[in-house]
Structures are given as structure tokens and as C-alpha cells.
Write a protein that binds this ligand. Structure first.
Ligand code: NZQ
Ligand code: ZN
Length: 387
């Protein structure tokens, strides 16, 4: 088992009708009465959630900032940073999915940053956020696990860039996870959420067999549970128990637990982010495009684990369990209505492989994967095969 450290300070408040605790939990985190209420493009208003929150927070001075996009935009977030600075905001409440929560992580770090925060996202030498205004979240879509981790992904479409950030500073103080929100999600977002949670688990599991038997089986438990509940959630998103399982799986998939003591391979995410940055393909769709092709290109590296996955998760037998496990994974995405080729989403993606290879070369991203051996030529091949 590899050495590891884990500390996840986020309080999870799981279940329905919990919002009466919101004001108290904010007061526990700050002496300030000035709260930025941050949300996305309108869904939280439409489902009545914002009104409930406004009512619960009547003792606070609420400054609202709506319009944070899916794949949150640097320029929009900088406007929120300005509002926080001029209004002296003491706490930020994110109401939304991964995009709003990620956006709030960035805002909370950028408020007291003296330079141009874009340099932090570019990971320039010595450029880091060193403080964060406290924030919490009310989750509206189970998918990213952002509600219980310290990472964020910020887009800058004017530059066709999508960059990651992450520091222990950026754990939410608390997150409210109410599975009843699942009933309001369009099918596309349900499918995206299931796929993203599935892929977060695979990226921390589908490497090589390890000695951390507990973590191996926890990952398999998340994958098996998602496979079991996915058709139920799609058929009836108002099925509370199925929705609750989805929300808890998505949380577990990226709350830091699955990575303990095991190697990880985040290459599907890193290549997928480029497809979103270049062509606006949804995050989860980009992962479903890359994952099966990456498993094929890195087949020999991953064969032993693909066999374990095929046997334990898909109950496969025979002489080609590893190959069939890839096919099962791709059919699972198809069963959710998610297509797995670039050309299914855009006609502009013909040069994707060359562009992504060049970007990775420029950034010196030449040692990805669980064995740090994913070459630029392999990245090009994966994306070419994903056409
Ligand atoms: O903007 P609104 O109107 O709120 O609509 C949103 C958005 O259009 C809608 N939605 C959310 N809750 C809803 C709802 N519609 C109806 N009813 C509800 N209850 O869903 C759309 C997508 O929302 P978004 O927040 O973008 O989805 P998701 O949670 O999948 O987040 C995706 C973002 O998270 C990043 C992705 O790259 C992407 O930018 N990720 C963040 C990670 C992290 N911080 O750990 C890890 C992930 O791998 C991922 O990269
Ligand atoms: Zn993801």
C-alpha cells in the first residue's frame, strides 16, 4: 500500500428538509453577516431552491451573483471577485453543481490575491492562492464531488483554455446534499452526473492491481452501485432512494477516499478537458469519448486491472475478460444516452488529436498515467481513434 495522508474537513449534511440548519452553519464559519449567494443560469431559481435559501438567511445581508456558466468562465468569476472585494463579503454560498462550486472556490481564493489570478491557473512558478474566504455549498446535481473536495476547474473560452486548481484551502466548510433535487434534472444532466462519477472512480481504480484491498473493493462498490441504480434514476428521477444512492456515490467517487494508498491515472480527464475547451463538449461526454480508447491504447499496462474489473464489476468470464470489460464500459455510457465519438458532437474536431498533442507538448505534460509513461504519440492516437 502506498503512503498517504487524508484530511477532509467538509461537513456533509445529507437528506431532505435540512435547510433550517443553513444559517447556523454559516454563523459557525464567520462573524460576518455579508454573504455572497452565488448560483448558475436559472435552474436553482426555477426549482424554488433560491427562495427557500433567501428565507432561511433573512438575518444576513445577502448579495446575489447569478449567471455562473456551466464550465465556469474566468471573466464572469472575476466580476464576482470584484463584488466581493467592494462589498467586503465574509462568506460565499454556492448553490448549484460542480460549475458553481468550482467557481466559488476560485472566487474565494482570488479575492485576496494581489496579482492576476489567471497565473495561478497556469501554475506559474510560485503563484498560488494563500488564503480563501470561507464558503459552503447547496448541491443541485450529483456529479463532480466538488462539494466535498478541494479541486476546481475553470474555463477561459476566449483562450480556449480549461485549467485546474486545488489546495487544501478550498474544501467547502459544509455541503448540503438533498437527493430530491435529482427529480428536477434533465436527462442529459442525469446521464452526465452518472458518467462523471463512474469516471472519477475508474481514474482512481483502473491502473494495476494494488495491495490496498479495501480501496479496490470500495471503488468496485461505487461502480457496481452506479450500474445498478442508473436505469432506475433515468426511468424515474423522483425515486428518492435511487437518487440518494446516486448522490452518495458521486460524493464518494471524488471525496478523496478512493485515492488513498493507490496509484491514479487522470489522463482521461486531462484529455477530456481539452475537448471541452476546444469544442464545448460537456465534461462527462468528453470522458466517455476518451476512456474506452485510452484503455485500448494502454491495454497491456491495464490488462490485469481490466480483468479484475471485468470479473468483479461486470461478472464476465472467459478468455477475453479485459477486452470485454472495455466494451461493457462503452455500452454502459451508450445505455445512458451518451455517445462516445468526437464526431457525434462536432464536425470541427478533425484536428483535435494534433492540437491536443501540441498543447500537451508545450505544457510538458509528458508523464501522465499510473506509470508516468503516456507518450504524446499515444495521446494523439487515443484522440485519433476517438474520432
Ligand atoms: O446553470 P443552471 O441554470 O443552474 O443549469 C445547470 C447547468 O446548465 C443545470 N442544473 C444544475 N442543477 C440543476 C440543473 N438543471 C435542473 N435542475 C437542477 N437541479 O445543469 C447544468 C450543468 O451544471 P454543472 O454545474 O456544469 O454540472 P456539473 O456538476 O457536472 O459540473 C461540471 C463542471 O465541474 C467540473 C467540470 O470540468 C465542469 O466544469 N469538474 C469539477 C471537478 C471537481 N471540482 O472536483 C471534477 C470533475 O472532474 C469536473 O472536471
Ligand atoms: Zn470529472
Amino acid at each position: 500500500m502506498l503512503n498517504f495522508e487524508i484530511h477532509n474537513p467538509t461537513k456533509i449534511v445529507f437528506g431532505k428538509d435540512q435547510l433550517s440548519k443553513l444559517a447556523q452553519y454559516i454563523s459557525n464559519a464567520t462573524d460576518s453577516k455579508k454573504i455572497l449567494l452565488a448560483y448558475g443560469g436559472g435552474s436553482a431559481e426555477k426549482i424554488g431552491l433560491l427562495d427557500k435559501i433567501r428565507t432561511e438567511l433573512h438575518d444576513f445581508e445577502i448579495i446575489e451573483f447569478g449567471g455562473i456558466e456551466a464550465n465556469p468562465e474566468f471573466d464572469t468569476l472575476m466580476q464576482a471577485v470584484e463584488v466581493c472585494r467592494t462589498r467586503n463579503i465574509g462568506f460565499i454560498l454556492a448553490v448549484g453543481g460542480g460549475s458553481v462550486i468550482d467557481g466559488v472556490k476560485f472566487i474565494s481564493g482570488a479575492i485576496n490575491y494581489a496579482g492576476d489570478p489567471w497565473e495561478v491557473l497556469l501554475r506559474e512558478e510560485g503563484k498560488v492562492f494563500t488564503s480563501a474566504v470561507p464558503f459552503g455549498s447547496v448541491l443541485t446535481i450529483p456529479a463532480t464531488g466538488s462539494e466535498a473536495n478541494s479541486g476546481a476547474v475553470i474555463s477561459r473560452s476566449s483562450l480556449k483554455e480549461k485549467r485546474t486548481m486545488g489546495e487544501p484551502l478550498f474544501f467547502p466548510v459544509f455541503s448540503f446534499l438533498d437527493p430530491t433535487v435529482v427529480a428536477t434534472l434533465p436527462k442529459r444532466q442525469l446521464a452526465n452526473g452518472i458518467t462523471d462519477a463512474f469516471m472519477h472512480t475508474l481514474e482512481q481504480y483502473l491502473t494495476y492491481p494494488t495491495a490496498n484491498l479495501l480501496q479496490e473493493r470500495e471503488a468496485e462498490a461505487v461502480l457496481s452501485t452506479l450500474i445498478e441504480i442508473a436505469p432506475k434514476v433515468l426511468e424515474n428521477p423522483a425515486d428518492y432512494e435511487a437518487a440518494a444512492n446516486l448522490m452518495w456515490c458521486a460524493n464518494h467517487a471524488l471525496n478523496g477516499n478512493l485515492r488513498c494508498g493507490v496509484p491514479t491515472d487522470w489522463s482521461t480527464h486531462m484529455i477530456g478537458h481539452e475537448l471541452t475547451a476546444l469544442y464545448g463538449i460537456d465534461h462527462a461526454q468528453s470522458l466517455a469519448i476518451i476512456c474506452p480508447r485510452l484503455f485500448e491504447v494502454k491495454f497491456e499496462n491495464k490488462k490485469a486491472k481490466l480483468e479484475q474489473y471485468g470479473k468483479r464489476v461486470w461478472h464476465l468470464t472467459g478468455d477475453n475478460v479485459a477486452g470485454e470489460a472495455i466494451a461493457k464500459t462503452e455500452s454502459f455510457f451508450h445505455s445512458l444516452g451518451i455517445k462516445t465519438h468526437i464526431s457525434d458532437y462536432t464536425s470541427e474536431g478533425k484536428d483535435a488529436a494534433q492540437i491536443i498533442k501540441a498543447r500537451f507538448a508545450e505544457r510538458q505534460w509528458i508523464a501522465m498515467g499510473e506509470r508516468q509513461d503516456l507518450t504524446l504519440d499515444e495521446v494523439e492516437k487515443i484522440v485519433t481513434n476517438a474520432q
